[in-house]
Design a protein around this ligand. Structure first.
Ligand SMILES: Nc1ncnc2c1ncn2[C@@H]1O[C@H](COP(=O)(O)OP(=O)(O)OP(=O)(O)O)[C@@H](O)[C@H]1O
Length: 309
């Protein structure tokens, strides 16, 4: 019998996991898994549990939001023995990563997908050589929205909660002078926003990043927005995002990289996967190519063909 560890955050999203829990466990058990169920008790509890259980399970299933998933992925990425594949049942308020990988948002379907799906080796990132992130590291403008939006509000409003908090901050944009170094760009300028990501959906919104994100290419997508000095600058940025002609806008830098460093005199607040990522003067971000396996939907022939083209 294969062994499964099923870790879930009972409070994430609207705590809806409670309604599906029994059914999910039944699905796993019917598929001949011996299931160990572990509800997290606090932040970092999921990380500690999975870290301590290295070598004990054939598959690790995680249910929660992006923050809980980050903990589980960080623990597995740190294994020195065989890394078990990670199944994910999204139950947070935005579930960016699941959306990006095409994992079903319906919990029962996501559980079935874990039984019927296939392993997908996926890139993740590492910040300052010690803190992993699954899909986004960011600073500036709206990045603190996710972790400063009260949980109660997130539970009631879900994705709208982020939008409400984001709009409240528009009038408050503060630029930060930074030196940014990578093989592709070496620049010193003032920025209101920076995002280094490996996902097509950020903050619950698709379309922030150009299409064609490859989760296995060992590259991040980088988006940097320069300081807004006048209404024309603001208009240029808004137009660029509306028309999706971001490459033509000189207020925005977009490129791909596998290694990038940000230096600033001022301390900058970062987020990793939508959670507080610390306050730093120096941040280095590197890709760990295909570092963990996620269980995703089996791709149909046509999708496979699209991926190869
Ligand atoms: N039982 C718990 N009590 C309090 N906090 C917890 C518990 N379990 C996990 N956490 C922490 O809560 C944070 C947020 O949880 P999670 O990401 O699962 O849900 P969410 O915030 O509702 O979803 P999203 O990240 O999509 O907005 C995580 O960083 C996690 O470490």
């Amino acid at each position: 019998m294969k062994k499964m560890l099923f870790v879930f955050n009972p409070n994430s999203g609207k705590a809806q996991i409670k309604n599906s829990l029994l059914k999910i466990i039944q699905i796993f058990s019917n598929a001949d898994y011996e299931v160990t169920v572990y509800p997290t008790k606090a932040a970092l509890d999921g990380f500690e549990r999975v870290k301590a259980d290295e070598g004990r399970y054939d598959v690790i299933v995680c249910s929660g939001g992006d923050g809980t998933l980050n903990e589980i992925v960080s623990a597995v990425a740190g294994y020195s023995t065989v890394k078990p594949p990670i199944g994910y049942i999204p139950s947070g308020s935005t579930n960016d990563f699941a959306r990006s990988l095409g994992i079903p948002s319906d919990k029962i379907r996501a559980a079935c997908n874990i039984i019927n799906g296939e392993s997908f080796p996926c890139d993740i990132g590492i910040a300052n050589d010690h803190k992993y992130f699954n899909y986004v590291a960011a600073f500036g403008a709206f990045t603190d929205v996710a972790y400063e939006t009260p949980q109660d509000l997130k539970n009631v409003l879900g994705h709208q909660a982020y939008v409400i908090e984001g709009v409240k901050r528009l009038s408050n944009l503060k630029a930060c002078r930074m030196k940014i170094k990578s093989d592709e760009l070496n620049v010193e300028d003032s920025f209101i926003y920076g995002m280094v990501s490996n996902a097509s959906s950020i903050g619950g919104m698709k379309g922030l990043i150009a299409e064609g994100v490859d989760y296995q290419d060992g590259m991040f997508e980088v988006t940097l927005i320069r300081e807004i000095k006048n209404p024309m600058d603001l208009q240029a940025i808004v137009n660029a995002f509306i028309t999706q002609k971001i490459d033509d806008c000189d207020m925005v830098y977009t490129f791909k990289t596998k290694d990038i460093t940000f230096e600033s005199k001022e301390e900058v607040k970062w987020t990793l996967d939508g959670e507080f990522g610390g306050i730093h003067n120096n941040v280095n971000l590197k890709v760990c190519q295909k570092a963990v396996d996620f269980i995703v939907k089996k791709r149909r022939k046509k999708e496979e063909k699209d991926l190869l083209n």
